[in-house]
Design a protein around this ligand. Structure first.
Ligand code: HT7
Ligand code: ZN
Length: 872
């Protein structure tokens, strides 16, 4: 195995100023001719030119028009080395590739009949021999030639400069030129029978940009929301950062087979169709929000990623953390800032904290990797975004904008590092960010402990905070340096008033820089209630230091709406975990009445934002609760959570019914934040009513009616999901109905698979196994794999962890099968097995056994092998 280290970075020996690519697409093969202008960077040292290449059939190599003999280069499975090239030369390489056979969906492949590419991170080496690294920036010109009938549309990066027909019958060609030098991971090609939705955006300097979304013809009516989102994103980036789009055309193509969400190729984004296509009948509110967010994310990459790119893949968070931060802020402004913040934090807590506490924990800027595809993680993306957010908190919005301006001024057109980003932020504002950089190199979630003490005599208040970071792979906690942590703090009086009030700002930012630090506040005439880490101002785990009374108070009155939710969540988690402990001990269950009072207060209070109320009422998922336990018993956890849910439903049945009825859509279906919030609240209420035990016919009927009458997918799919937990003929009939209605729509059918895979019923695994042979399921389509296998293993805690171990062995079988089709997707599936140490002994043994079984497979991909071996 090869291990890569950040410390080994070396600047490239050769640069490539321009490359002319010629693709001749045929049914069974594609011929690629690549002509590059190469220049040696170092005058003295006549080093060989090493080109990456995988799965390529080499036809010929020429230098300045002369064919190289086989003694002038070395060819192996992963590279082509030209032994003694001149200082400046033209390199021509001809290869043959087989996109029809490419099921790993990296390089050039086919999604149905459509040719498309995915080059990030290291896919370009599957197209031609090339120095496949992000710090080599070249100007690309791309000629594509194919059958007119099969590929009427042929696209690449930049501007279309030539079209024509070729002598060979029935074929035509196009030539695209991208004037912006770029790394090869941003190269893209698309060819096929596609239809296009057109629009236009006038930039702030008055340039017209053609906007084009390419989809299959049948989906032309599902692009409106994506187009509106794109225009909003373009406007937002101009307004917020003064960043304009730079080409004359911006193209988006939707394909059904895609390993991730989307890809920001210069001027030609390629998207998983899940993040483009919407209609009220087929897409849920969550889908609408997802499309808006991903469209914006890829658009924002044009500056943060493309114009300024990464020097090497260890710097991935430079573009991904920053771009997630930008898309989060965009979504916050387009929707509700508090709701957005809660969702950002939920992702961090439920997924990133788990990664950070497991065997795959790594810093935001990793020090080492075996397979870079395994490092497109919640740590690099979402914790990376939190790190950027902390920079903004430390510098203030204005300071942050100055830093961004300086970053683009200094580095436009360059491939740079996270240190360069921080240097721009520090230099633009004269801030010392040296200690802050620990966030980039130390893995693990810092744990904060807080204590406080109010002195009546001196009217002073002392808040002591300690920080500790646990051990992570290769890094001992005791050797870690303290982080520079911005703590957003509010102090409140007992009647709900904020004590800080400078310039209307109720929150102060404290700088925690030591391992232990005491902050003193004077003129505090009464004992305050602490509203700590407002808006989640740092990605840390705060040990609960407040009594339930205080949490219940904050849940009702905190002026920081995020922290109201935070307190509600803490209280509900501790109430559930209390029950789990009582179940463990076998003592009679006693409830925390403060929690129920708090919930009743929230339900009956005047509703300001229905989405916020829904978020406060939704109980934390088992995966998040599991993180707070040392030895998880998934059955008890499920039972404990269910008991609380039913108790709430029993006590507040009338209130939930009231919420259900009162938040029905009045008038036309809308996609506004308000309407989405109401649907969320209504469906949350229905979910409580459907959790009653024994089930009540009248609520079951309500749910069935919602299923059959609703004209929007949010309501339809919620009803189906709620019924999925109640096996029987009614449930089966609804699933059959749904199938008949939607079998022609692949994205809708993904939901049908996922819901069945997430049923808490004990037959679930046998249903999932049965569904593997459904004619609509395919192991070659990542969305289907995620919908069925991913949903079961990551979204069905209780059934996946069934004590007979069958969930584990099923997942291992699937990983092994998938590994020879699509290693990237196989590797992502391993995740639920990696945290085996968190579970009780019997499950530990069963999970570990499956990891061992996977590890033994001869010829295992580096993708799966890295994760499995680091986890066992
Ligand atoms: N920058 C893009 C990353 C990506 C990707 C990475 C590995 C394998 C397949 C992939 N598809 C897209 C997506 C983004 O963050 O915008
Ligand atoms: Zn990205």
């Amino acid at each position: 195995k090869t291990v890569f280290f950040r410390k080994d970075y070396k600047a490239p020996e050769y640069s490539i100023e321009k490359i002319d690519l010629n693709f001749q697409l045929y049914d069974t093969k594609t011929k690629v001719t690549a002509i590059s202008c190469v220049r040696r960077n170092n005058k003295e040292n006549r080093s060989p030119l090493i080109l990456n290449g995988e799965n390529l059939q080499l036809i010929s190599v020429k230098i300045d028009g002369n064919v190289l003999s086989s003694s002038e280069y070395i060819l192996d499975n992963t590279s082509l080395t030209v032994l003694t090239p001149p200082a400046v030369f033209e390199l021509e390489i001809v290869t043959e590739i087989y996109p029809q056979e490419n099921k790993a969906l990296e390089g050039l492949y086919q999604s149905g009949p459509i040719f498309c590419t995915q080059c990030e991170a290291e896919g370009f080496r599957k197209i031609t021999y090339y120095p496949d690294r992000p710090d080599i920036l070249a100007v690309f010109t791309t000629r594509i030639e194919a059958d007119v009938e099969k590929c009427p549309v042929m696209l690449s990066n930049g501007n279309l400069i030539e079209t024509g027909s070729v002598e060979e019958g029935g074929r035509h060609f196009v030539v695209w030129k991208d004037p912006f030098p770029k790394p090869c991971y941003l190269f893209a090609l698309v060819a096929g029978r596609l239809s296009c939705v057109n629009d236009e955006f006038i930039t702030s300097s008055g340039r017209a940009v053609d906007l084009k979304i390419y989809v299959e013809e049948k989906n032309l009516n599902k692009c409106d929301h994506a187009m509106v989102s794109l225009k909003k994103a373009m406007e937002w980036d101009e307004k917020t950062y003064g960043l304009e789009y730079d080409l004359d055309t911006y193209m988006i193509v939707a394909v059904d087979d895609f390993n991730m969400g989307a890809m920001e190729n210069k001027g030609l984004n390629i998207f998983n169709s899940k993040y483009v296509l919407t209609s009220p009948e087929t897409a849920t509110d969550e889908d609408y929000i997802g499309v808006e967010g991903v469209i914006a994310h890829e658009y924002f990459h044009n500056w943060t990623g493309n114009r300024v790119t990464c020097r090497d893949w260890f710097q991935l968070s430079l573009k991904e953390g920053l771009t997630v931060f930008r898309d989060q802020n965009f979504s916050a402004e387009m929707n509700s800032p508090t709701v957005q913040r809660i969702k950002d934090v939920q992702i961090l807590r439920n997924f990133q904290f788990r990664e950070d506490s497991g065997p795959m924990a790594h810093p935001v800027r990793p020090e080492t990797y075996e397979e870079i595809n395994n490092f497109y993680t919640v740590t690099v993306y979402n914790k990376g975004a939190e790190v950027v957010r902390m920079v903004q908190t430390l510098l203030g919005r204005e300071g942050f904008r100055k830093g961004m301006d300086l970053y683009f001024h200094r580095h436009d057109g360059q491939a740079v590092t996270c240190d360069d980003f921080i240097a721009a932020m520090a230099d633009a504002t004269g801030t010392d960010l040296e200690q802050f950089k620990n966030w980039y190199c130390q893995a693990g979630t810092p744990v904060l402990e807080v204590s406080s003490h109010w002195e009546a005599d001196s009217s002073s208040f002392h808040l002591t905070v300690t920080q500790n970071c646990p051990d992570t792979p290769g890094q001992k906690g005791k050797n870690k340096k303290p982080f520079h942590i911005p703590l957003a703090l509010g102090l409140m009086t007992e009647n709900g008033k904020d004590l800080f009030g400078k310039n209307g700002c109720k929150t102060e930012i404290l700088h925690l820089k030591e391992q232990k630090q005491t902050f003193t506040f004077t003129n505090i005439a009464e004992k305050p209630v602490v509203s700590f880490l407002r808006d989640f101002s740092a990605p840390v785990d705060v040990k609960t230091f407040q009594q339930d009374e205080e949490l219940a108070f904050l849940m009702k009155y905190d002026s920081n709406l995020y922290n109201r939710w935070e307190s509600a969540t803490r209280l509900s988690a501790s109430t559930i975990l209390d029950v789990v402990r009582q179940l463990e001990k076998g003592t009679p269950i006693q409830f925390n009445e403060l929690f129920f009072d708090g919930v009743l207060h929230s339900i009956t209070e005047k509703i300001e934002d229905p989405a916020l109320l829904a978020l406060a009422l939704e109980l934390p998922p088992e995966t998040a609760l599991a993180l707070q336990l040392d030895s998880v018993d998934p059955d008890l956890l499920f039972q404990g959570r269910t008991i609380i849910k039913r108790e709430l439903a029993t006590r507040f049945q009338n209130e939930f019914l009231f919420l259900y009825i009162n938040n029905q859509e009045a008038g036309k279906y809308r996609i506004s934040p308000e309407a989405m919030g109401r649907r969320r609240l209504k469906n949350c209420a229905l979910s409580y009513l459907m959790s009653l035990n024994p089930p009540q016919d009248k609520f079951l009927q309500l749910c069935i009616d919602q299923f059959s009458k609703s004209a929007n997918m949010t309501d339809t799919i919620t009803a189906l999901r709620l019924i999925s937990h109640h096996p029987g003929t009614t449930r089966d009939a609804l699933f059959t109905d749904f199938y008949r209605k939607w079998e022609h729509d692949s994205l809708v059918m993904d939901k049908w698979f996922a819901i069945q895979a997430m049923s808490s019923h004990e037959n679930c695994l046998s249903t999932v196994k049965h569904l593997l042979s459904d004619r609509l399921f395919s192991m070659e389509n990542p969305n289907k794999v995620r919908a069925l296998i991913g949903a079961f293993s990551s979204g069905n805690h209780v059934q996946f962890h069934a004590i007979n171990g069958e969930g584990y062995s099923f997942l291992a079988d699937m990983i092994l099968q998938l590994d020879s089709i699509n290693p990237q997707i196989a590797a992502r599936l391993v995740s639920p097995l990696t945290n085996w140490k968190r579970y009780e002994k019997r499950r530990q043994i069963l999970m570990k056994k499956e990891l061992e079984r996977i590890a033994k497979k001869p010829g295992l991909s580096p993708d799966v092998s890295e994760i499995v071996n680091k986890s066992r």
